[in-house]
Design a binder for this molecule. Sequence first.
Ligand SMILES: N[C@@H](CCC(=O)N[C@@H](CS)C(=O)NCC(=O)O)C(=O)O
Length: 199
Amino acid sequence: MLWLADELNLEYDRVEAGGRFGGNQSTSFLAMNPHGKVPVLQDGSNVVWESNTILRYLADAYGDAKWISTDPYTRTLVDRWLDWSIDRLEPAFVGVFWGYYRTPVEHRIQADIDSAVLRCEDCLIRLGGQLGGQPYLNGDEPTIADIATGVFLYRLVEIDLPVTLPDNVCAWYSRLAGRSGYRRQVMSDFSELYGRIEY
Ligand SMILES: N[C@@H](CCC(=O)N[C@@H](CS)C(=O)NCC(=O)O)C(=O)O
């Protein structure tokens, strides 16, 4: 969501919560998001939670139609990748990132990690199928489909596990990494999470 905020040149204050920052079970936080999870966006009196809902909100409220169309059908061409990302890509990524990177070595279950890597690679092949020869998932310009899915690539590529990217997905990743918002908001050091099983 911060990547999109950067793309849209929005000004914002960032308040850290959850994980080592805590605060996400306080009464005031739970009043914003009863699930006690981040991210939460507060925009005036509007409070929005769930990352992909936040992406849609920011794109609708502050983006032009290039981030997600207002035409009902054209919109689904982007929206489906946000839903797919939650349904397929995120669970596969979590299997790799938590199963391998965040789990202390002695507690890792290799068969589960192997299966999660395969599921990630299957997702990457599907993203490659959508990309074809296009620069971005829905054409020449990025949409929030690229944001919702591309956000997982940095960690997948950076962790020391062989996860195979199809050539056009590799080229897409380089394109994303060429965007200042991606570099600033996604490509940040995560080594403090190694072997850390608690949030
Ligand atoms: N599907 C939710 C997932 C929210 C979620 O699980 N957030 C985690 C961080 S990625 C969190 O708040 N963890 C802190 C905690 O539970 O203490 C979304 O995309 O917004």
